[in-house]
Structure formats: structure tokens, C-alpha cells
Write a protein that binds this ligand. Structure first.
Ligand SMILES: [Zn+2]
Length: 79
């Protein structure tokens, strides 16, 4: 059992080395609103996040936090 049942996926993005979470915003323990979509892809290190309508879409974004996290984007651009 996970301590955070609202977290559906936790993976380390190869592109940035940061951990990215996929959150179900409809879960009572979730700390995100469903504004823009139920599923939220979140950079665990910087807090950058984006909402999606489907879990599949949210999962597909988890490998590329530089698309939605400003700090990951800056870090990638600096390389
Ligand atoms: Zn980030």
C-alpha cells in the first residue's frame, strides 16, 4: 500500500533526472484541483505541473518534465 494513494505513478524522468508524479486530483487526499483535467503530471522536485483529461495523457507527459516545469526547462536549456 502506498502512503499516497492519490499518486498513480512515480517515475524518474531520464531527460532531467527529476521524479515526476501522476496525481488523481479527484482523490480526497490530492492537493491539486481538477481545473483543466482530472489527471495532473507534477515535477516532484520543483512543483511544476499540468492537468490532463486522461490518465494515459498524464502518463505520457511524465517522461518530459521540461515540457511543463519551468525549472526543468531552464535546466535542460542550460545543458
Ligand atoms: Zn522540475
Amino acid at each position: 500500500m502506498s502512503a499516497h494513494p492519490e499518486v498513480r505513478q512515480s517515475t524518474r524522468a531520464r531527460s532531467t533526472g527529476t521524479v515526476v508524479l501522476v496525481i488523481d486530483s479527484h482523490h480526497p487526499d490530492a492537493w491539486f484541483a481538477d481545473d483543466g483535467g482530472r489527471w495532473v503530471t507534477v515535477c516532484d522536485e520543483h512543483g511544476g505541473n499540468v492537468n490532463h483529461d486522461t490518465l494515459a495523457l498524464a502518463r505520457s507527459w511524465a517522461s518530459s518534465p521540461e515540457w511543463f516545469c519551468d525549472e526543468c526547462s531552464d535546466a535542460e536549456a542550460a545543458r
